[in-house]
Design a protein around this ligand. Sequence first.
Ligand code: ARG
Length: 476
Amino acid sequence: MAPQSDSGKNVQHGAALWHGRFTQEPAQELMAFTQSLSFDQQLWPFDIIGSLAHVHMLGATGVLPSGDVAVITEALHAVRTEFETGVFVFIETDEDIHTAIERRVTQLCGDVGGKLHTARSRNDQVATALRLWCKHNVAQIVQRTFGLVETLVLRGDESGWGQDGIYLPGYTHLQRAQPVLLAHHLAAHAWAMLRDIDRLQQSLERLDVSPLGAGALAGSSLPIDPSVSAAQMGFGKVFANSLDAVSDRDFVAEILFDLALLGTHLSRMGEEWVLWTTEEFGFAHLDDAFATGSSMLPQKKNADIAELARGKTGRLIGNLTSILVVLKGLPLAYNRDLQEDKEPLFDSVNQVSLALTAMTGMIASATFHPDAMAHAADAEALAATDLAEWLVQQGMPFRQAHAVIGELVRQVLVSGESLKSLTAAHPSLGAQAAQLIGDGVGVRQRKSPGAAGPASASVQQKLLRQEIDRLQKISA
Ligand code: ARG
């Protein structure tokens, strides 16, 4: 059946764009299994940008007369308006967004619409639309990540970097280890997020290459100029190898890795918030708007955002695995397998976007409990390393000092006496060393460059701001 040429609004039937050599219409089963329209519809703005650039190039190179270019361009604008106003109607033979748009252009402008696909294949078309989609959507993820970084820095600044800054125990093996400034702890997550931004920006730079003009796989016999359409779409570069242009999905794999790692960072942070907001830790509580209740247990207030930030990482890692497995073993150039690139990509971008804003809101609105943090961090045992280092300053080899203090800690456990009194009475330690044990003392002992106390805070604050500014300039 030939495409109908009415206004198109209620058209339900048509023929596949590639129907020429076929004697039968596609089976329902084939369409149901091979269609991508159900998930690639969101590419429409980028398919139209690509088509506008392509037809512009066909005009600029003299492949199409300017009259045809004007007619097709007008039809593409009309299709854009139909999408924007929600009146675009798909028909059952629309395999994907690309065939749907070309079909509709031809309905609107008649046979001349059939010239839009001159020197173009869906293979370079889909690769173009997907790269444009990434440029737009990944840039938004970067902005949301900046939002979370700024929130972490702000909450850190509020909690103080100075002598009276809020501090909590730092942990190793989830056992209390040494006191750290809360600002330092929050900044640790900010540094990880800044590396995520750096990676995403580098991936964006690498994917900024137009594949349009590669055709199905080997270019065209017509005098096209891919650099013209690339410039029109705002790509920084144009492909050098047509086979690579249509088959390369490295950019999808890279973004999925970047998002899997970003999600892993959110997951680690989420786990801490789950712990911090338990009654056992009691280091923070969540704003009601960013917590959930239980359907059965009236007293419950749960950190579901933090848990889902942790839980969603499963599918982010799954999506990365999925694209790598699809690509593995694929011969050049385009294979229909590549259609499987989109759902993992769209899913990860969507989920990470949601997670970033939810976590940002949760952290921005949470309340810290400095007393509970300080109480846990001022436990005497957390001064043990500082006592050993005091002995080192008296000339004792560290390994020996470690053993002396380890023995002292053992005596505390056995005798039930305080570490402070045993330290004061110890022949190698005494009153001066005992001053290392006391509320708020430990965090101020963290003095070396990059350490967790107030002494080096101003350096870190400056470095953090510098890195944020550097990355923001790249995104601007
Ligand atoms: N929907 C397809 C995809 O996403 C478009 C490319 C189809 N190309 C082809 N030769 N069948 O990959």
